[in-house]
Design a protein around this ligand. Sequence first.
Ligand SMILES: Nc1ncnc2c1ncn2[C@@H]1O[C@H](COP(=O)(O)OP(=O)(O)OP(=O)(O)O)[C@@H](O)[C@H]1O
Ligand SMILES: [Mg+2]
Length: 247
Amino acid sequence: MVLEVSGVSKAYGGVHALEGVSFGLEKGQFVSVIGPSGAGKTTLIRILNGSETSDGGQVVLDGAHMELARGRDKRALQKRIGTIYQDFALVDGVSALQNVLNAALPDMAFGPAVLGLFGRERREKAARLLERVGLSDKLDTPVRDLSGGQKQRVAIARALMRDPALLLADEPVASLDPVTGRQILELMQDIQRTEGLTVLMNSHNLALSQAFSDRLIGLNAGRVVYDGPVDRAGEDVIAAIYGEAPR
Ligand SMILES: Nc1ncnc2c1ncn2[C@@H]1O[C@H](COP(=O)(O)OP(=O)(O)OP(=O)(O)O)[C@@H](O)[C@H]1O
Ligand SMILES: [Mg+2]
C-alpha cells in the first residue's frame, strides 16, 4: 500500500470538512475523489500534501506516519508527494525549464540554491521530464507565453522532478477546454501506466473521472460514501454521492 488514510478529520469552526475519512491506495492506481462542492475534496488533498494539518487520524505514506514526522523527516516524506492544481501554480516570468528545476531547490544546499547552480544532472533530468510531457521545444519559453494545457504539462513535469510515490491532482483540468483537459488526463494515465505512478485526483468532471480512474471515492459532507470500482458506481450510487447530506 502506497498510502493509508485512517480516520482523518478536519473542522473549520463548526464546519466538518472531513469526518473519519479512511481509504488506502495501492501502487499504480488511478483513483478519483468525487463529490459535490464543499464535500472536502480539496481539504483532503491539502492534508495529504502537508499544506494543512488534520485534527485527528493517520496518514501513512510508504509505511511512514506523516503526522508524526518533523523537520527533515517530514520534508523527506513531503518530497514523496507531488501536487498539481487547477491554476498550475507556476512562476509565470521564468522558463518552463526553470519552473521544473525549482522543484529541486529544497534538496539543495543553501549556496548552490541561492545561486541557481542546479548542476548538469538536474538540468538533464528537468529537460527529460519536459520532453516526457511533450514540451521538448518549449524548454526556454517563459511560462506566461504557454497555453493552459502546456502550463499544466510543465506542472506535471515539475511534480515528477522529485520522483514522487504519489501524484495528487486538485481539479487538474478545470481551467482547460474539454479536448485539452482530456489530453492532460491521457498524459497522466500514460505516466501512471508506464511508470507505475499512483494518482489521486479530484475532479468536478464525472465523465472524465469515470473514463480515467480505476476506482472512485465518493465524498459527501466530509464522509466517504462510496469506495469502489468505477463500473460498480451506477447512476443510483452517483446520485447518492452528489446528493444532499445533512451536515
Ligand atoms: N481555510 C478554510 N477556512 C474555513 N473553511 C474552510 C477552509 N477550507 C475549506 N473550508 C470549508 O470546508 C468544506 C470543504 O471544503 P473543500 O474546499 O475541501 O471542498 P471541495 O470538495 O474541494 O469543494 P469544491 O468542489 O467546491 O472545490 C467547505 O465547507 C469549506 O467551506
Ligand atoms: Mg476543491
